[in-house]
Design a protein around this ligand. Structure first.
Ligand SMILES: NC(=O)c1ccc[n+]([C@@H]2O[C@H](COP(=O)([O-])OP(=O)(O)OC[C@H]3O[C@@H](n4cnc5c(N)ncnc54)[C@H](O)[C@@H]3O)[C@@H](O)[C@H]2O)c1
Ligand SMILES: O=c1ccn([C@@H]2O[C@H](COP(=O)(O)OP(=O)(O)O[C@H]3O[C@H](CO)[C@@H](O)[C@H](O)[C@H]3O)[C@@H](O)[C@H]2O)c(=O)[nH]1
Length: 328
């Protein structure tokens, strides 16, 4: 039995592939390398370069690998700010892309998919921490594209019996502790790698987007989770579906919120460097605070995150940035 990882050359996907290989799984990777890196893919995985919406290409992948029984799907555009400027790019690649993928999975009778959703489906939550029962009212097209994907899966499950687990991740940060895998986006827009690029001297300062939010220090609050812990949850979800359990949705986060200023302070402590910042206007599409209640993943899947300490998460990212100042 093999697992197909779509988007396995990306930041989170490459950690997934690495983890599956360490667990003696057979792994096939599909990625169009639009934001990923071939160098991030474990040499022990079989790599196909191509687009998940290219159905003849995907048919070839399934035909050549008849042992695939489950798909783990990371391939998407995922930047909140960009989605506000260019929403159709998000509905096309994320939402339409999933439809194309599910059609081919249905043709080949592949009936298990684990997929990356996001905390952005919740919009502005009324209660923190957020449980999976909270209302889903996205305030940016990225979150909307992912909520549509969840709904498509729901109906595809009913009609075709394709079982799914949707994971709503909160903010992902950190790198493989040995420094061989990490976050390398061009351009980089995520807070933790940007702060560390300032610490490395690659950027003069951080533009801190807004200090007048409804939070204790006025800056946005986010919940950080390590890609290794996500990878563990995904394999548990494959096993959960293999055991015949029902399709469902889980939050993945640490249940602790950190403000953007706290991230800067923690990064200063971890790196021993000053991290200058200037307050800039708010970035459209940003909710005040996102903090997960991830009890359900712990109770149902037996998920036990190892990296539940922000300093450790940032230290692993710092190790990666020091070893790979220019990425892969
Ligand atoms: N990084 C986060 O904080 C975060 C939080 C919540 C959810 N997510 C979700 O997790 C997933 C992975 O995020 P990431 O940070 O690793 O992003 P990433 O951009 O590093 O990885 C995405 C990968 O998918 C590939 N890809 C994109 N479109 C494709 C297509 N049409 N066909 C084939 N390959 C394609 C890219 O080349 C890349 O390798 C995304 O779905 C994202 O929405 C990320
Ligand atoms: O130069 C920067 C970059 C970011 N931020 C702020 O830092 C916080 C975190 O931003 P970022 O790292 O871009 O992550 P999010 O926009 O919170 O989104 C991430 O986390 C979401 C889940 O919460 C995922 O769905 C997205 O894919 C992922 O990019 C936000 O308040 C940003 O406004 C700054 O102040 N300055």
């Amino acid at each position: 039995m093999a697992i197909l990882v779509v988007g396995g050359a990306g930041y989170i996907g490459s950690h997934m592939v690495d983890y599956l290989i360490s667990q003696q799984q057979e792994v096939i990777v599909v990625d169009n390398l639009s934001t990923g890196h071939q160098a991030a893919i474990s040499k022990e995985a079989r790599f196909y370069q191509g687009d998940l919406a290219d159905q003849p290409f995907m048919r070839r992948v399934f035909k050549e690998n008849p042992t695939i029984t489950a798909v783990i799907h990371f391939a998407a555009y995922s930047l909140v700010g960009e989605s506000m400027q260019n929403p159709l790019k998000y509905f096309d690649n994320n939402t339409s892309g999933l439809i194309k993928l599910l059609e081919v999975m249905h043709e080949f009778s592949i009936r298990k998919i684990i997929f990356s959703s996001t905390a952005a489906v919740y919009g502005i939550p009324k209660v923190l921490p957020i449980t999976e029962k909270a209302a889903t009212e996205p305030i940016n097209p990225y979150g909307e594209s992912k909520l549509m994907m969840e709904k498509i899966m729901f109906w595809a499950q009913k009609a075709y019996g394709i079982e799914y687990v949707a994971f709503r991740y909160f903010n992902v940060a950190g790198a493989k502790p040995d420094g061989s895998l990490g976050e390398d986006h061009h351009p980089e827009t995520h807070l933790v790698p940007l702060v560390l690029q300032v610490a490395l001297g690659q950027r003069k300062e951080l533009a801190l987007y807004g200090d007048d939010y409804q939070t204790a220090d006025g800056t946005n609050v986010r919940d950080y989770v390590h890609p290794f812990d996500l990878a563990q949850a995904h394999l548990l979800a494959v096993e959960y579906l293999q055991a015949g359990n029902q399709s469902t949705v889980f939050n993945l986060g640490s249940a602790t919120g950190f403000s953007n200023l706290e991230i800067i302070k923690t990064a200063q402590k971890v790196t021993g460097q000053e991290i200058p910042y200037v307050v800039a206007p708010r970035r459209p599409g940003d909710p005040d605070s996102l903090v997960a209640n991830a009890r359900k993943a712990r109770d149902v899947l037996g998920w036990e995150p190892e990296f539940d300490n922000l300093e450790t998460i940032i230290a692993t990212a710092w190790n990666w940035h020091q070893k790979h100042p220019n990425g892969y």
